[in-house]
Write a new protein. Structure first.
Lengths: 333, 318
């Protein structure tokens, strides 16, 4: 709201959570180190209300973000259902029974059966976990690669920056499907390898965000001070530059996770992603789409699970963005 | 300005060449147009040799792209083996079909996204804002194939079951007169627009909100300008800048053919041709499409950069 809010909290208090306690307290019963730090900070600041650290503020804001909480709870319950559900079922992932083909939902088969009588509930659960696993690995790898390359590009500038920026532009021109079809021939339909290919396609987004943040950080005095006191480039990047990009990167990771899950399901739908005998939510939709006119439910169930998962992940990302955005630091929501 | 445009276009030529080179090598490494011939090899040596000759398959993989570049310089794009027509001809006819759904989808999504983001930003946290933001969240979570399948099924099939009428065509292009085209493009345009409106309106809302909170907007209000003028003239101009980038990217993506949506609606555009070329190792067609989409990307990026200068005269292009 008011413009002054940015300056209320001094920059240093951002890190007060990670700060080493000012004095060490022996193991006194009923008086933990945390309490001591708490009282100490009260005394030092001379405030009745202990100033909240950035981490604590973020957590408070996140907790009050109802959508984010909803997303988190939804995601956890979907994952739990995917893990626990198949254990309660009598059927396994690829056990078929042609006599029971194309059944509708019943107490025996919760989501019905497919064309060769495989239980669709178990398949959806397994496919969902497979999709989530690929999404998670791809998002993490893309984040690490994107953060490092973006930081290196911005930090060193010049020739390095030019090269990495052109690489990003190049990946914008080459269609994702080509990269995927070329790689998938070498890498196969294995989950981990597919995740690597997806990460190769998606690191550019993070790299661009990180590059922008680092460009402004590297001009600040404390970086020069660190260099002047003899810190190596690697140390400056890892200790002094990268901790500052954690906020934007965490937000990007959740948003990226949603993108990866959609991309993976789309590729699997087109037949370029997960290969049988494995299944993901995308292949389940593709398998059922031929009979959509007679039996729309078989397309809708895996389809809606993709939508639900991505929705939860995006809610989570939105909440994280509001919580970690320093500009909304003092707002109550 | 003219010098700037020429310089920008020239600077992208190497990038496009590298992209095409990488695509050529990548596809040559993973596919072999002679795949069907190996089984019958002693008998069909002639056919084998013809294809080897046509695709320069006896040349090293890393050198092969240069023959393609050489023929490109002479204006030759080669022949599409999967469709059986010259690539230039395929790009022209398929490109038209793609444009038939890309242009309406782009215009509709841009207009709606703009109206929604202005509405949501002006009435932040109102019921309407929550409603539209919620819808955008929902739309954003839909993979294109799920949305297209649902739209095709509901409007193309279930409507007929419920009411006994068939207002929309669920597949392929049937006619050439404007009314028939309008009927055929409705559903694909609808599925594409929903996706793009969801993505753009969230972005536009944030951009509009940021602009509306700036000092010069307060000044404009304080000096007594009508609210309509403040929003649509003073604020919109600045809020549009990030949106223009997004629109440039969207339009080039749409014109390059949406593989999933066009395939599901059996629309004879660039998308299905591309995916078929990919599966059939139709290297000339793929390279042609990559060249076209790459040029779209470069061109509309340039247009976006020029638009910045128009929207905000402080931005200098040189």
């Amino acid at each position: 709201m008011d413009e002054g809010s940015d300056f209320d909290v001094p920059e240093a208090s951002d890190r007060s959570e990670e700060a080493v306690p000012l004095f060490s307290v022996g193991e006194v019963e009923g008086f933990s180190a945390e309490d001591a730090a708490h009282y100490a900070s009260d005394e030092l600041e001379g405030l009745s209300d202990a100033p909240k650290s950035f981490g604590r503020l973020a957590w408070t804001r996140f907790r009050h973000h109802r959508l984010a909480l909803l997303g988190g709870i939804g995601l956890v319950s979907i994952v739990l259902m995917f893990i626990v559900g198949p254990m309660l079922s009598d059927y396994t992932f690829d056990q078929y029974d042609v006599a029971d083909r194309l059944l509708g939902p019943s107490r025996d088969h919760w989501f019905g059966t497919d064309e060769i009588g495989r239980d669709l509930f178990v398949r959806t659960a397994q496919g969902g976990l497979y999709s989530l696993r690929i999404g998670l690995i791809a998002a993490v790898v893309a984040t690490i690669a994107g953060t490092l390359l973006g930081a290196v590009a911005a930090y060193f500038g010049g020739w390095t920056d030019g090269f990495i920026s052109q690489l990003i532009n190049l990946l914008l021109i080459v269609p994702a499907l080509i990269v995927l079809s070329v790689f998938s021939l070498y890498f196969g339909g294995d989950a981990n390898r597919l995740a690597m290919v997806l990460a190769f396609l998606l690191w550019t987004r993070i790299a661009r965000v990180v590059r922008g943040v680092v460009l402004s950080i590297k001009e600040q005095e404390y970086i020069m001070a660190a260099r002047a006191s003899g810190a190596s480039h690697a140390r400056v990047i890892f200790r002094h530059v990268l901790p500052n990009v954690i906020g934007p990167v965490v937000v990007e990771v959740t948003l990226l996770l949603g993108t990866v899950i959609v991309l993976e399901s789309t590729l699997s739908f087109l037949g370029l992603g997960v290969q049988p005998p494995n299944a993901s939510l995308g292949t389940l939709v593709a398998e059922a789409k031929g009979s959509i006119d007679d039996d729309p439910l078989r397309v809708l169930t895996p389809g809606m699970f993709i939508v639900l998962i991505v929705l939860c992940v995006n809610f989570l990302g939105d909440g994280l963005r509001d919580a970690l955005d320093p500009r909304s630091r003092n707002e109550r929501n | 300005m003219f010098a700037y445009i020429v310089r920008r276009l020239l600077a992208t030529v190497p990038l496009l060449m590298i992209a095409l080179y990488a695509v050529h090598v990548g596809i040559s490494l993973t596919t072999d147009p002679r795949a069907d011939f190996y089984l019958c090899l002693p008998r069909c040596q002639d056919g084998f040799d013809t294809i080897t000759e046509a695709y320069n398959l006896d040349v090293n993989v890393w050198l092969r792209p240069f023959t393609w570049f050489a023929s490109l310089l002479q204006g030759e794009l080669g022949e599409s083996s999967s469709i059986g027509e010259p690539v230039g001809e395929v790009l022209r006819s398929r490109g038209w079909n793609t444009a038939l759904i890309a242009v309406p989808a782009f215009v509709i999504s841009a207009v709606f996204a703009l109206l929604l983001s202005v509405y949501s930003a002006r009435h932040q946290y109102s019921k309407g804002d929550y409603f539209f933001t919620g819808l955008a969240f929902f739309g954003l979570a839909f993979p294109s194939f799920v949305l297209a399948l649902i739209i095709q099924n509901v409007f193309g099939v279930q409507l007929e079951n419920w009411f006994g009428i068939k207002p929309f065509n669920t597949g392929r292009k049937t006619g050439t007169n404007p009314l028939e085209i309008l009927r055929d493009i409705t559903l694909p345009v609808m599925s594409l627009s929903i996706l793009f409106i969801s993505a753009d309106s969230r972005f536009g809302r944030a951009s509009m909100l940021e602009t509306l909170n700036q000092d010069y907007i307060r000044t404009a209000r304080a000096k007594g300008l009508p609210e309509r003028r403040v929003v649509w003239k003073h604020a919109l101009r600045n809020a549009l800048i990030p949106l223009v980038t997004l629109w440039a990217l969207n339009f080039s993506v749409l014109l390059g053919g949406s593989v999933v949506t066009e395939s599901i609606f059996s629309w004879p555009g660039l998308g299905p041709a591309f995916i078929r070329g990919l599966f059939d190792a139709d290297i000339d067609l793929i390279l042609g499409i990559v060249l076209l989409t790459g040029m779209f990307t470069v061109f509309f990026n340039l247009v976006a950069d020029i638009m910045y200068g128009v929207l905000d005269p402080r931005i200098r292009l040189d």
